[in-house]
Write a protein that binds this ligand. Structure first.
Ligand code: GCW
Length: 723
């Protein structure tokens, strides 16, 4: 009897183990730190054999710092993917396996088939005889090629699909940190700044290199370390030494370091009496500062400047314009190949329409900037709202390098509490046609210098990651980071395909799982628009933190910080008239957009209230009134969050438990917040429209006064303002 029990016990133990092996989720130990680089075994056995045959013998070029990290990555990846260690060799006589080579080291015969220019950062992967080749002009290109190759293995691509030639279409592919020196992160929702200023320069936290690894895997090549609301101390000797340590950690991954500077630095840390860009001493101070920086940090990229905006100092104090202001800095870094990135995000309380300002300010300066100045323009004319029309500056600066600034951190998308994949937003702006040179001059075309002959191109993503183990707190914020990287390399990619790729790398390959999560991501941004500010409403946020709703905000020191400034609701209607009867901001667009936006019928409905003030009973394309459509959109937003909840719940047991529980809880918060947004806005606007809700909708649980009171009572940690 005893024996039988033992036997049964043994058999069930074996079965349990076998099933654990067969069914264990390779993402069980996933904690988010490695993001999309969490390597798990290749599942398809046939492919696994192909890969082992093809790739376990690896030949590398002469080692430099970048080839060293390339090699380390392969050593880490292949045992996890293929279950075997690769063999490295410099001796390539048998011409098998995979060979990473610099183009210059190959004979002309073996590179004859490479007709496309690879540039400094591109790569190509192809097969000659029994050998796979990864070829680039630089170690950095090889690094990108290696990450691409590993990604192909992880996505379980057949060998026949592995040939590719890829070159980045944008030159400066950068993340911008809004990190303060006290390690608070402006609009950062995932802990403290990752830059540990207090232990630098002596200690190089391993996180710096780990971060660089993630960036390089996406092909990103530049990082702005500190907040655009810049502390002048960033340029003093003490900090420059600290920055050198960071720069050294990032360098092997092909990442250059940039700094945001305070325009008054010559006074605040230099002891001068002025920061006037036309003062000879100021010019000299910047020139010397640049020399000092490049001495310490040869891979320094340049300066980022927020000037004369939101209280930051700038050239206006001396009666100089933005071009004169930028040029003194540009001259200082030019001898070292550096650039100055000057932000177009400017607006003043005096103007009638904040929408107009960047354009009105910068278009007259077109052509007046030094050749190494790049104008950094946010995607929309206001400020990273859930939906904006594209900034008209993108079709207007023929003679000034203009780059795109996007926000990855979710300042306006529910912080790290809400799920909002922004790949769709990024794609929307990149595909928008500016008509700068007729049809087919999209924002993507402009920022890749296809429309105007720009010398420098760039794309920046404000990525306020922090010390949270998974960098972003909400696991899905990583997906917007991933999408940003993918689009910075190739702004013509499709956001759905990118989403799917991210899911497969981050959750696994199971088809239904991939389809479900991708679908959630694809509806998430529109959900966020719907429950906050549909049909072209904008900036209805509570002032300061920008988390919850406060469409009633009317009384602030600056009118352009209130919500009523943006929606202009009254008993007659709602929306901002930007046609000729209003601010006429539409004149900043090229034809045919100008004419399209001039009439409500031709304006896309999702942007309607950006351009028109319309009566509550205005008839929409659906035949319903504006009021009914508005309310229905608010309700739809909440329904979409509910849909995401239902879909996510179906994944229980198929997603690792930790992420499953976390996202489930976050979606519950999002649902609660979405309802609050909906009910606050609907009740508030109803106080003007005086119209009933469309039939069949549940009525809000509370009255408007209650929702107004939440603005004052609900807790928002002040660390999330960041300053
Ligand atoms: O979106 C606004 C933010 C500010 C930010 C500013 C900017 C860094 O609310 O926190 O400041 O934009 O982009 O400069």
């Amino acid at each position: 009897m005893k024996k039988i029990f033992l036997l049964v016990g043994l058999v069930s133990a074996i079965l349990a183990n076998a099933s654990a092996f067969l069914f264990s989720n390779p993402f069980e130990n996933y904690d988010g730190y490695e993001a999309w680089l969490h390597y798990t075994p290749v599942q398809n056995q046939e492919l696994l054999e192909d890969y082992k045959q093809a790739f376990l013998r690896i030949s590398l070029p002469e080692e430099d710092a970048t080839i060293k990290v390339l090699k380390a990555e392969i050593e880490r990846a292949l045992p996890l993917l293929l279950g075997e260690n690769p063999v490295f060799t410099h001796d390539d006589t048998d011409r098998v396996g995979i060979r990473f080579a610099l183009k210059k080291d190959l004979s002309t015969a073996s590179t004859a088939s490479l007709t496309q220019e690879l540039g400094g950062e591109g790569f190509t992967i192809y097969k000659v005889g029994a050998q796979w080749m990864v070829v680039a002009e630089s170690s950095k290109g090889l690094l990108y090629g290696m990450f691409h190759w590993i990604k192909s293995l992880r996505l379980e691509q057949p060998l026949s699909n592995m040939d590719i030639t890829s070159t980045p279409k944008v030159q400066y592919r950068m993340t911008n940190h809004w990190d303060n020196l006290n390690r608070r992160v402006e609009r950062g929702y995932a802990g403290l700044s990752i830059w540990e200023w207090e232990t630098l320069p002596e200690y190089s936290h391993p996180r710096y290199a780990d971060y660089a690894r993630l960036l390089a895997s996406l092909g990103l090549n530049s990082v702005i370390l500190n907040n655009v609301n810049a502390d002048p101390r960033i340029l003093n000797n003490e900090f420059l030494n600290k920055i050198r340590t960071i720069a050294q950690a990032l360098h092997p991954y092909g990442i250059d370091v940039f700094l945001s500077i305070n325009y008054q630095s010559p006074m605040r840390i230099g002891g001068l009496e002025t920061a006037d860009p036309l003062d000879a001493q100021v010019e000299e101070w910047w020139a010397q500062k640049a020399t000092q920086i490049y001495d310490l940090i040869p891979n320094f990229g340049g300066f980022l400047v927020k000037a004369d905006s939101e209280g930051q100092p700038g050239p206006f104090a001396y009666g100089r314009d933005h071009a004169v202001g930028a040029n003194v800095l540009a001259r200082a870094v030019k001898p070292f190949g550096g650039v100055v990135i000057w932000r177009a995000f400017v607006y003043s309380p005096e103007q009638e329409d904040r929408f107009r300002e960047a354009f009105d300010e910068f278009v007259p300066l077109d052509g007046k900037f030094e050749s190494n100045v790049i104008l950094q323009t946010k995607n929309g004319p206001i400020d990273f709202q859930p939906r904006e029309p594209f900034s008209p500056l993108f079709g207007a600066m023929e003679n000034t390098n203009t780059m795109l600034e996007l926000q990855i951190t979710q300042e306006y998308f529910g912080f790290s509490n809400h799920l909002a994949y922004q790949g769709t937003l990024f794609e929307e702006v990149l595909r928008a046609d500016t008509y700068a040179k007729g049809t087919g001059s999209t924002v993507a075309d402009v920022i890749t210098a296809k429309v105007f002959d720009y010398e420098f191109t760039g794309m920046a993503g404000v990525l306020n990651i922090g010390t949270d183990r998974n960098w972003t707190r909400h696991p899905f914020v990583q997906s917007s980071w991933y999408a940003f990287g993918a689009l910075a390399w190739n702004p013509y990619r499709n956001s759905q395909e990118i989403a799917e790729e991210w899911v497969r790398l981050t959750f696994g390959q199971e088809q239904q799982l991939v389809a479900t999560i991708t679908h959630m991501m694809m509806i998430s941004r529109e959900a966020g628009v719907n429950y906050r500010m549909p049909l072209g409403l904008t900036h209805l946020y509570a002032q300061g933190h920008h988390y919850g709703p406060a469409p009633w905000t009317a009384d602030l020191p600056r009118p352009d910080w209130t919500a009523v400034y943006y929606h202009k609701a009254d008993k007659n209607g709602i929306g901002f008239d930007r046609t000729s009867t209003g601010s006429n901001a539409i004149e900043q667009y090229n034809e045919p957009l100008k004419s399209q936006f001039a009439t409500p019928e031709e304006t896309p409905e999702e942007l309607l209230l950006w351009f028109h003030h319309l009566p509550w009973n205005y008839t929409m394309k659906s035949g319903k009134t504006l009021w009914d459509e508005l309310v229905l959109h608010y309700y739809k937003g909440v329904d979409q969050v509910q849909e995401m909840q239902v879909l996510w719940n179906e994944l229980e047991g198929r997603v690792d438990d930790e992420r499953f529980q976390q996202v489930r809880a976050l979606l519950a918060i999002q649902h609660k917040d979405a309802k609050r947004w909906r009910d606050s806005c609907v009740l508030y606007f109803q106080s003007f429209s005086q119209l009933p809700l469309p039939d069949g909708l549940e009525t809000p649980e509370h009255d408007l006064e209650y929702y107004k009171s939440l603005e004052k009572t609900l807790f928002i940690p002040d660390v999330w303002y960041g300053n």
